[in-house]
Design a protein. Structure first.
Length: 344
């Protein structure tokens, strides 16, 4: 008895399904549709990029003079405090020059005092007196230079920050002015640096708004503004470097973090725009729309999807502007379907 009842219910379901019509199609197979003209609009189309997060102030630190690197107190990725000693040169030779300069200054000071006394007594000439004074001034300059070099035989952190990279090891000979490490300040603003194409570069301006998503904070978005755009592409990639500054920052950032950015150019671009309901069989950057033939049948047309907007789609197509496209009823169509226009 139970089996008979199940068979009976199944038969009812099958008969109901066979007799059901598509919502947009009548019993004669004619699909009721609405048409809308294909129009061009000036729209702002955002674009995406991936880049590296860094401190806005990134500097290379080194020594004014050359010498052997005796101490390297940090490693790449280490956070440091303002004034912290990061590295020192071997002071043996530097201290020798300093002592020599100080002794020369002491001797020149004594010689000038004696020359000044003798000159006041008329015993030596003006020339000898001037020579003694010049020698004293030279010795003072040499001692100041020696003291300055001695003071700058060490590297101190200019602010709170992070060591991005160490370029030398202890015991290596460092030339004057050679960068020893790369330092990023955490007291400055944070930025993201990305590479963009020439197409995106020409429609982006300084001050354009953006949203940054940091992989370390996957559920948050942070507002930003474009602060720099290189006008010359990078030779390795052919991309133009863009820098956007965080308007609001996460609780903690570190140089080298990966971030994704959505940039909203302020300059609109003219594109053909259609209702999203008119687009069918969309996959990736391609899709189809339907137009009406002279004998009231559906014609399937290929389009390239430029961007998806709020309820609309910017496209590229070979169809002429103002062509009537199916904006309602498109999902029930196929090539050659009979059409009845109920609204245009």
């Amino acid at each position: 008895m139970m089996k008979r009842r199940l068979y009976f219910l199944l038969a009812i379901v099958l008969l109901w399904g066979c007799g059901r019509q598509d919502p947009g199609r009548d019993q004669d197979g004619i699909v009721a549709v609405k048409l809308t003209p294909l129009e061009r609009e000036d729209v702002v189309i955002p674009y995406h990029a991936v880049g590296i997060i860094a401190s806005e102030k990134t500097v290379k630190l080194g020594f004014k003079i050359g010498g052997i690197l005796r101490e390297l107190n940090v490693q790449g990725g280490e956070r440091v405090l303002r004034g912290q000693v990061l590295g020192r040169l071997d002071l043996s030779e530097i201290d020798a020059h300093y002592r020599k300069a100080m002794e020369a200054l002491e001797k020149s000071s004594r010689d000038f005092s004696r020359a000044e006394r003798l000159y006041s007594e008329g015993i030596i000439t003006t020339e000898l007196y001037e020579n003694a004074r010049t020698a004293l001034e030279v010795a003072r300059a040499d001692s100041s230079l020696a003291a300055f070099n001695r003071k700058h035989a060490e590297i101190r952190a200019p602010s709170d920050g992070v060591i991005m990279k160490c370029l030398f090891e202890e015991g290596e000979l460092v030339a004057p002015g050679m960068p020893v490490m790369v330092f990023g300040s955490t007291e400055e603003n944070w930025v993201i640096r990305v590479g963009i194409s020439d197409r995106d570069m020409i429609r982006t301006s300084i001050g354009d708004t953006a949203l940054i998503m940091v992989d370390a904070y996957p559920s948050a978005e942070y507002r930003a503004r474009v602060t720099r755009i290189n006008e010359v592409p990078e030779p390795e990639t052919g991309l133009f470097e863009l820098e956007a500054q965080f308007s609001e920052t996460p609780p903690r950032l570190s140089t080298g973090m990966i971030g994704r950015i959505i940039i909203f150019p302020s300059s609109p671009v003219s594109h053909l725009v259609i209702p999203i309901a008119a687009l069918v069989e969309a996959e990736g950057s391609e899709g189809f729309i339907y137009t009406l033939s002279s004998d009231s049948r559906a014609v399937k047309n290929h389009v390239e999807i430029i961007a998806i907007l709020d309820g609309r789609v910017a496209i590229s197509t070979s169809l002429p502007e103002q062509s009537g496209i199916v904006s309602s009823g498109a999902p029930y169509l196929q090539e050659g379907s009979r059409i009845q226009v109920i609204s245009q």
